[in-house]
Design a protein around this ligand. Structure first.
Ligand SMILES: *[C@@H]1O[C@H](CO)[C@@H](O)[C@H](O)[C@H]1NC(C)=O
Ligand SMILES: *[C@@H]1O[C@H](CO)[C@@H](O)[C@H](O)[C@H]1NC(C)=O
Ligand SMILES: *[C@@H]1O[C@H](CO)[C@@H](O)[C@H](O)[C@H]1NC(C)=O
Ligand SMILES: [Zn+2]
Length: 474
């Protein structure tokens, strides 16, 4: 072995030794915080865990979550905010819940945006004629009937926009072409792009679809117009077309596009749906599991967020079928109108603000229901120690990772931001943003066995948190 390898080996050993020390120190701290009795109590849930995992993964519930999700998705398809399909899908999920003998189901009405996509097309006219795949962004205004024909200016980030001369932007179509690093980092180009381009005099704005991978698939999503700026039409184009336009303009050639878009906007009444499996000792105390039942108008909303809704639907159903009634209440919430600005979650938080101290823990699954890996937890250290100890019970299905996060889920952040502890489903979702908000969000993304693992994990974790002798600290 030469000296280089010996050094490398030493460095690796030191790194892994230090990591091991950090982990050991954390678990020492947790051991102190929890105490032997609580650790023993949490460990004693292994029998319940086994019962739930067996029933869902190998027993009578095997394949049920996938089947129910498929029936739902096939029947209603896309469920955009304000649509009849969404309201019908809510009626349907109430029916299948009651059919399981869960009669504690209520809905709460609220006003939601109803934006409807009309005809949309973008044609490149120069340097050659080519049709582009396009999806208007939610709340985009229409173009004039004759469309908008203008030159494109490609912008890689907001700093470049702010530094450009007004004459370079005025009268043009701005194309934001930020390379995808993460959803969080690139989302502002979709949500604020039109407003910022309009402030510089652009006549329309386009965004490179937010995603790492594409088969000519545009991704839609929400955007909002700022105050006092002209509302310009705004849409997403594919990674392929964004790169094509970038290459052509980088060669000094002009790209001219013709954009035609139409849409309409009004408001409708929708509903949050709340299913309770009442606790046996502290029914006022809530452990919430949730997902959002609305989707974008493209695709089928199977992944976003049908999967999250159906593992959250499964939790009280499975517990009811197994006759497992925890100490606290398990509440399933199917949020409405998430995609158009977390409208259902805000309405719930406001309506229940006086009783939000009763929320012991809140969970949401909205980043895919691929194989579960653990939980992404927004809570203080003491709470994290309890959750980490519970997650140890899920080593057999590789779902014992605790990711520390300041965001537990888009809807529930409305509640966790007030200091209530919560978590999202941490899952093997590297492909999530391939399909998100596209025509590709169909049942083919979902896997029967992974949904079983997710439903079993979600149910067992919620049960244990709802049943242990201590509240989750906040
Ligand atoms: C673009 O789409 C239009 C309308 O669908 C069609 O008539 C036209 O032939 C297409 N153009 C090209 C170059 O494919
Ligand atoms: C928009 O204009 C109104 C009226 O002039 C003003 O009160 C408000 O502060 C402006 N909003 C923004 C974001 O500039
Ligand atoms: C857990 O991970 C191990 C190693 O990657 C793998 O062999 C095993 O099949 C996984 N178990 C489950 C239930 O996915
Ligand atoms: Zn979602």
């Amino acid at each position: 072995m030469n000296i280089y390898y010996i050094c490398l080996l030493k460095i690796l050993l030191i790194i892994s030794f230090n990591q091991a020390k950090v982990i050991e120190k954390q678990s020492d701290t947790c051991r102190e915080i929890l105490g032997d009795d609580l650790i023993r109590e949490i460990g004693s849930y292994e029998n319940v865990r086994d019962e739930i995992l067996r029933y869902v993964i190998e027993g009578d519930f095997k394949g049920k979550t996938y089947d129910e999700l498929a029936k739902f998705v096939d029947k209603f398809g896309a469920r955009p905010s304000g649509s009849e399909a969404l309201e019908n899908s809510i009626d349907y999920i109430i029916d299948i819940t009651r059919a399981e003998g869960l009669n504690d189901v209520i809905t709460e009405e609220l006003e939601v945006p109803h934006w409807t996509r009309g005809e949309e097309s973008i044609t490149m006219l120069q340097p050659r004629v080519k049709n582009l795949s396009v999806l208007g962004l939610g709340t985009s205004v229409s173009t004039p009937p004759e469309g908008i024909t203008a030159e494109v200016v490609v912008i890689s980030d907001f700093a470049e926009l702010e530094n450009s001369q007004e004459e370079d932007i005025k009268g043009k179509i701005v194309l934001y072409n930020p390379m995808y690093t993460s959803y969080g980092a690139t989302t502002p180009y979709r949500t604020q792009g039109a407003t910022r381009a309009a402030a510089k005099g652009a006549v329309a704005s386009l965004v490179r679809s937010l995603g790492p991978f594409s088969i000519n698939s545009p991704h839609t999503g929400a955007q909002t117009y700022g105050e006092n700026v002209t509302q310009i039409p705004t849409a997403a184009i594919t990674l392929e077309d964004a790169d094509l336009i970038r290459r052509i303009t980088a060669r000094g050639e002009k790209v001219i596009l013709k954009i035609e878009m139409s849409s309409s906007y009004d408001t409708k009444i929708s509903r949050n749906t709340i299913v309770d499996l009442k606790g046996r000792e502290n029914p006022e105390s809530l452990v919430i599991v949730s997902g959002h039942i609305d989707s974008w108008d493209v695709g089928q909303g199977a992944m976003d967020d049908g999967g999250g809704v159906f593992i959250s639907w499964a939790a009280p159903v499975i517990l009811k079928r197994l006759n497992l009634q925890p100490r606290r209440t398990i509440r399933s919430i199917f949020w409405t109108a998430e995609e158009v600005g977390l409208v259902g979650a805000y309405a719930y938080e406001e309506k229940h603000r006086d009783e939000n101290h009763n929320i012991n823990f809140i969970m949401e699954s909205d980043v895919g229901t691929f194989a579960p890996l653990g939980l992404s937890v927004a809570a203080n250290q003491e709470a994290r120690c309890i959750i980490a100890e519970i997650l140890k019970l899920f080593e057999s299905i590789n779902a014992s990772t605790l990711v520390e996060s300041n965001s537990a889920g888009p809807d529930i952040d409305v509640i966790t931001n007030t200091g209530i502890p919560g978590a999202g489903l941490h899952n093997d979702n590297a492909r999530y943003f391939w399909f998100h908000h596209t025509e590709g969000d169909t049942m083919n993304v979902e896997d029967e066995h992974e949904l079983d693992l997710g439903a079993a994990f979600w149910t067992a974790v919620a049960y244990i948190i709802a049943d242990i002798s201590v509240d989750i600290p906040r």
